[in-house]
Write a protein of this length. Structure first.
Length: 95
């Protein structure tokens, strides 16, 4: 579980990132989860574009992704969710 100081540091790191995965009208599929898992295992910190009408739906989808990928939710800004999963060794984040 991330503390407030860690979340703040990750938000700053995520600011310059480009969206790596987009979730469209089909929602969360096994293929999307697989793509997110591969991406987050490589990059550790990623942005996901979630095409959903309400903030509550986007937040719910982001939390489901975190649970499915065993990652941590960092923030939701508009339609962009930021999630983090630390590599055990060779992590580029010193939080």
């Amino acid at each position: 579980m991330l503390n407030n100081k860690q979340i703040k540091a990750l938000k700053a790191e995520a600011h310059h990132l480009k969206t790596t995965v987009s979730i469209g009208s089909k929602g969360i599929t096994n293929q999307v989860i697989s793509e997110i898992t591969n991406t987050i295992n490589f990059h550790e910190l990623i942005k996901i574009q979630i095409q959903s009408d309400t903030k509550e739906d986007r937040l719910k989808i982001a939390k489901e992704i975190c649970q499915a990928t065993e990652s941590e939710f960092v923030q939701l800004i508009g339609k962009q969710a930021v999630i983090f999963k630390r590599k055990d060794e060779e992590s580029k984040f010193s939080i």
